[in-house]
Design a protein around this ligand. Structure first.
Ligand code: ADP
Length: 534
């Protein structure tokens, strides 16, 4: 049958089967909002009716700048279900980037959380295409001169004739990359790519979500559709707990994980590092949490050890990018052969970024583009292709038509198909013609009890071309010596990988997705001169 894989098909399924699934959220206007998936989809229908009333057309872009909560969830379904494109925007981007992105996408309608009203006030005159701004609250005092969400939908019927003839290849969502160099680039997702991705994500050896799971997505709905978690929840009936703006409030996060009996959560290592500190201090346990997904940057070994040993949690390492929807690889289970491996070998395997899920293919290639072996040793440029990998960027027709997507990462793949990211190609340190992984060194140093953050960049060297320079932010009130950190690395990495120098900083430049900005760091330390220059 020519059945179309669309958001509308998910709405129909979820309304019939999972209308009692719970959705719990923290928002600025509700410390603990609680309703059901059925309620959410009725309000999504109200949204669709409201879009019709303002003359929104199929394919128009509707932007959101918001945290993870129930209204953002309603928008995911209301916008794409209506036939428009949900354009999620990262509030931590620089205002110039926000302006660029909204104009590039020609957003017609903009939904924002109340805390972003001042941000939008400041850039409003430069937004060329936005016709309606709606503040996601029920608090009339918080909307400024804009429309209140609850007023926007209030008079609308709670049913909507969700179109049945939507082409699954039509665009459903849009997300821009963080743009470490140049302007951010838009990646468009179709109904089909998002839902195939969501189906793969829900599989037992990926996130393993189902009716009996409870998920708390810390990964933001403003970046890569929160990894599709909201769609999976509606497809399989998983209860969701949305943390709203509390993403770095570790007490609040921990208490939600406990009170709502959350079984699965997903976030970046920075969040899990902060929570580990809080758990150690508070002595709290996480009795219901079974699995914890780490993605976005590499999982530091000490965090794998901490959550595995102290909390008996299955740490799942995953890798992906905006351009890959994001799921590329996932590391939930060891290969069959691992039953005879030592504990240390099993741990090393778990620290890799994982196995490609069905629907994507990987390859590693050399400088000339020749494919390299999957032997666990040979490093190469990582390429990916598949059902939910973009072939180019929105509004950039010249970028389209690629058979494989160059990830910009350097990786090794072992004989079991398990991929390990060595580094981003531009962050590797090339010492005497050999590659040193900045990320490996950073992850080890971050395990030092006195260190909060660590970064490694390449600096020029008269003999070796480049040598690694370690920059650290110690924990508050701690005195730590550079030599001690270098000694700490001994035996954990090859001797020639050990940086020659350590610099101390009060903070590191962090980008909108919480990653250290190596470009900015290289800029800050551009006058650093290696002692060997004399
Ligand atoms: P940006 O950080 O620019 O917003 P993405 O969110 O798309 O872009 O990040 C994609 C990149 O993040 C990958 O190419 C990779 O370098 C890095 N990354 C993602 N997950 C992991 C992981 N588990 N381990 C190491 N690096 C990762």
């Amino acid at each position: 049958m020519p059945y179309q894989l669309t958001i509308q098909s998910v709405i129909r399924h979820a309304s019939r089967l999972f209308s009692d699934t719970e959705i719990v959220s923290v928002t600025a206007d509700h410390p603990q909002h609680r309703y059901t998936l059925g309620d959410a989809l009725e309000r999504a229908a109200q949204l669709a009716n409201a879009f019709k009333s303002i003359g929104l057309k199929s394919g128009d872009r509707v932007a959101t700048i918001a945290w993870n909560d129930f209204r953002h969830f309603e928008l995911y379904f209301g916008i794409s279900g209506y036939g428009a494109v949900t354009h999620t925007i990262n509030p931590r981007l620089h205002p110039e980037q926000l302006i660029f992105i909204m104009n590039d996408a020609s957003d017609k309608v903009l939904f924002i959380d109340s805390m972003f009203v001042p941000l939008i006030d400041a850039i409003r005159p430069q937004l060329k295409t936005v016709e309606h701004i709606i503040v996601m609250t029920s608090d009339a005092a918080a909307v400024g001169e804009y429309l209140m969400y609850e007023d926007f939908i209030a008079a609308q019927p709670n049913t909507y004739p969700w179109p049945e003839d939507t082409d699954e290849n039509q665009a459903a969502a849009l997300c821009y990359t963080s743009g470490t160099t140049g302007n951010p680039k838009g990646v468009l997702y179709s109904h089909r790519t998002m839902l195939l991705h969501a189906m793969s994500l829900s599989q037992p050896d990926a996130l393993g979500m189902g009716r009996n799971s409870v998920i708390l997505p810390v990964v933001p709905m403003f970046h890569i559709n929160a990894w599709s978690i909201p769609f999976v929840c509606a497809m399989v009936g998983t209860k969701i707990v949305f943390p709203g703006p509390k993403v770095m409030d570790f007490e609040a996060l921990t208490d939600m994980l406990i009170a709502e009996k959350v079984t699965l959560t997903a976030g970046v290592p920075t969040v899990w590092a902060g929570m580990a500190q809080y758990l150690q201090k508070s002595g709290k346990q996480l009795p219901h949490l079974e699995r914890m997904v780490f993605g976005g940057t590499a999982c530091p070994p000490y965090l794998l050890d901490y959550y595995t040993k102290e909390h008996n949690i299955n740490v799942i390492h995953a890798w992906g990018m905006t351009e890959t929807s994001p799921l590329g690889t996932c590391n939930t289970v060891l290969p069959m052969a691992a039953t005879s491996w030592s504990a240390e070998a099993q741990r090393a395997q778990r620290l890799k970024q994982g196995y490609p899920v069905f629907g994507v293919e990987l390859k590693i290639v050399d400088d000339a583009g020749a494919e390299l072996p999957w032997d666990g040793k040979t490093q190469g440029y990582l390429y990916i292709r598949g059902l939910w990998v973009c072939d180019g960027y929105f509004n950039q027709p010249d970028s389209r038509g690629n058979d494989w997507f160059n990830t910009g990462d350097i990786a090794v793949i072992d004989q079991y198909g398990c991929m390990r990211i060595m580094d981003r190609a531009k962050d590797l340190v090339k010492s005497g013609g050999e590659w040193i992984s900045s990320s490996d060194i950073e992850n080890i140093v971050q395990g030092h009890p006195d260190i909060l953050q660590a970064a490694v960049i390449a600096t020029a060297h008269p003999k070796w071309d480049e040598r690694p320079l370690l920059i650290v932010v110690p924990k508050e009130g701690v005195q730590v010596k550079g030599e001690e950190l270098l000694k700490y690395l001994e035996g954990k990495v090859a001797t020639w990988w050990i940086p020659d120098d350590v610099l101390f900083a009060e903070s590191l430049p962090i980008n909108a997705t919480g990653k250290v900005q190596k470009n900015d760091l290289r800029d800050i330390y551009k006058d650093y001169r290696h002692a060997d220059f004399g």
